[in-house]
Design a protein around this ligand. Sequence first.
Ligand SMILES: *Cc1c(COP(=O)(O)O)cnc(C)c1O
Length: 359
Amino acid sequence: MDRVYNFNAGPAAIPVEVLQKAQGELLNFNHTGMSVMELSHRSQAYDEVHNNAKSLLKELLNIPDSYDVLFLQGGASLQFAMIPMNFLNNENIAYYILSGAWSEKALSEAKKFGETNVLASSKESNYTHIPKQFEANSLQNAAYLHITSNNTIFGTQWHEFPSTNAPLIADMSSDILSRELNIEQFDLIYAGAQKNLGPSGVTVVIIKKDLIEKANKNVPTILSYQTHASKNSLYNTPPTFAIYMLSLVLEWVKEQGGVAEIERRNKQKAQILYNAIDESDGFYKGHAEKESRSFMNVTFTLPSDELTKAFVQEAKENRLIGLSGHRSVGGCRASIYNAVTIEACEKLAQFMKEFRKKH
Ligand SMILES: *Cc1c(COP(=O)(O)O)cnc(C)c1O
């Protein structure tokens, strides 16, 4: 069966080489005579998968030993709640910069646990850019400052991270592993796996050990970072198959030349699509302001709803899938995560050109 060009926002494309490897190992994983799904999470065979995923992530992102890597469940959405539960108390304040719908959701969870402060927001412009006007270097009683590094729905991305005196926390669900990072700028990074890391079911958390020390002690055991850090993310049954898939995706990234090479390709891919928008004489309009444009989610509108519908329909007939925009932005969105090829972006740009000429 022929595979399509998959521009889904999440769950999203997975490298075909990874899917083939998983298929080849599905019935008999590493001479165990069973699928990786059937292994005990306490077995040596699974332990190797688990620790391999962890050490590959550390290697690919240059994560220092002063950080722990955790594999949790509940998606990024559970992190919205776990973060304030663990770090917000009666004496401090959680600061948020709002750059899209996901940051709003993160903030609304924190409000349930203590005092919050919106340091900056680009909501008035329907999140067309990353907020610029704010001062984060002298935050009072800060529990942390939370940002969303890439705004999946609106197609904007932080290209330079804020400097701050507060512990910096970033939701990187839709751009982790897409570009090189200085991990030491952050105290906690989290990401649901289903955009850049593999299938849904596992959430990666990269957390500074110092920050774990500061966590509240009176949170439920399963929701405490301390629990998962002290048990190597094996306190309870982890999502073993999702972690196995994560390990295959990480091996794939390494084979491609690592994060630097992935970043180079991602910039090239984004450029192909932004050129198609910018060279369309206003037929396609980018939602994001140029300096805030995302390399992962390219959002654009067409002159009318009828044309948008026709675009999505004709694209589908050309095997270009997943291009409807989110209802809060309208128009179209091409999600071009790590597993989406340069060829797929070229095909889409070509289709955009032909569609414009036709209409
Ligand atoms: C997809 C996404 C989420 C939601 O993730 P779940 O795993 O479904 O909870 C949160 N934040 C960002 C930036 C996302 O892209």
